[in-house]
Design a protein around this ligand. Sequence first.
Ligand SMILES: Cc1cc2nc3c(=O)[nH]c(=O)nc-3n(C[C@H](O)[C@H](O)[C@H](O)COP(=O)(O)O)c2cc1C
Length: 488
Amino acid sequence: MSHSEYPLLIQGGMGVNVSNWQLARAVASAGDRLGVRTMGVVSGTGIGIVVARRLQDGDPGGHIRKAFDAFPYSEMADRVWDAWYVEGGKPEGKPYKSIPMVNFKLRLDVAELIVCANFAEVWLAKQGHNGPIGINYLEKIQTPRLPEILGAMIAGVDVVLMGAGIPHQVPGVLDRFAAYEPASYYLDVVGAGSREFPMALDPASIVPERFVGRLRRPRFFAIVATHVLAQFLSDPRRTTGRVDGFIAEGPTAGGHNAPPRDRSKFNQRGEPVYGEKDTVDPRKMRELGRPFWLAGSYAHPQKLTEALAEGAAGCQMGSIFALCEESGLRVDLKRELRRLAFRRHLDVVADSRSSPSGFPFNVAQLSGTVSDAEAHDARTRICDIGYLRHAYKTERGAIAFRCPSEPVDTYIKRGGKIEDTEGRKCLCNGLLSAVGLAQMHHWGEELPIVTLGRNTDFIHDLIDDEEGRYTAADALRYLLGKHSRLLN
Ligand SMILES: Cc1cc2nc3c(=O)[nH]c(=O)nc-3n(C[C@H](O)[C@H](O)[C@H](O)COP(=O)(O)O)c2cc1C
């Protein structure tokens, strides 16, 4: 298969809602205009909550209404709308309504919200251009998996991308849903066998077949930190279907990163130390015969040239897009991040404790955010969203959930170990706050937590002074200038 049918540049998925439909659409349509193959990727992580909160804000701009009007089964979209929409927006300072947590057995109203939200985000990203749109999920967050994929597929998503775990179950789900047949997904449950708890979803039980019928099977790109994992996922005996490509991502990338093979070594700042075995060998990637993209500090035209010379189909970039005008990151946070990056004062720490997922998480150090110990100490531990909870098997054989960031005594009562709670932060609330959807509690508003890649040198090629701003198209022109003429 020739590389010419694949994107040269992928704007990586950035949760929660940093890579929103506006950003993904800007990337895909600017590529379309420049005549370069670029793919915009929306983040599907927690998108149900994002849409429910935007509806409670009165659906600014009326975008969700437009997307819901395009949903093939209008009765269902109307139910979701009626459940969450607040005309004119909820009063400022009033908390958002809490959303039932997504558990092993899905409630129908929650499934409907997730399907409609994933549909809306992809549908909006696809309007007005012919470029490809992908959706990104984290393997670790499994309970909403089936309705989220279904919603994205109903909107015609071109590619599903998934990392933060071993996403071997996804390709089979795409095949099943494309045929509009029931699919299942085994939930990882501590203390249980790997095939003990299958989650199942019959698409027709949510959206009757007469409204949809067969769906197009999107491509599936797995995000991997090593070629060993890519080799594993290329073996048809290991996966439920075809993995169509790989994003090979190094540990300097924004967001979560795979821990190093040797988990015992830390530097003076407490960051995990990566060794030779934690790298991707492009030669081994080439041998797999599938397209791959390199990610993690590739936001430079020269790096793109190097990646192509190594046999990659292109690169995936995140941070350069997180800091552009269209991204969902709060405007004041973006401004401060650009300013610090411009002064070369931006510090990003690979924090191996903060994420309840247990994966190292790159955290930008900013005052007034969760990285600011004093500000964060004022927070009371609470788990009211629950996306990063771990499932475990109880003594009676049932499934229960616990989160290392929840109140410590609750976590211990649920059989968790105290040492697992140390240094943990509530990423669900922190990431929602970073995109302007903070929950209000009696002690105050949830603080943002900001993730970014370790390399922001690109900023000096994009802005002339520390107050400068740039768009996704500016970033693409910078990254692709030469390639847009040579490669098409
Ligand atoms: C703010 C932010 C959030 C991210 N969130 C996710 C995510 O939810 N899922 C994911 O697979 N990758 C995530 N990433 C990684 C990006 O998709 C991309 O691979 C990475 O940023 C590339 O490295 P770079 O930032 O050096 O360009 C995130 C990156 C950033 C900057």
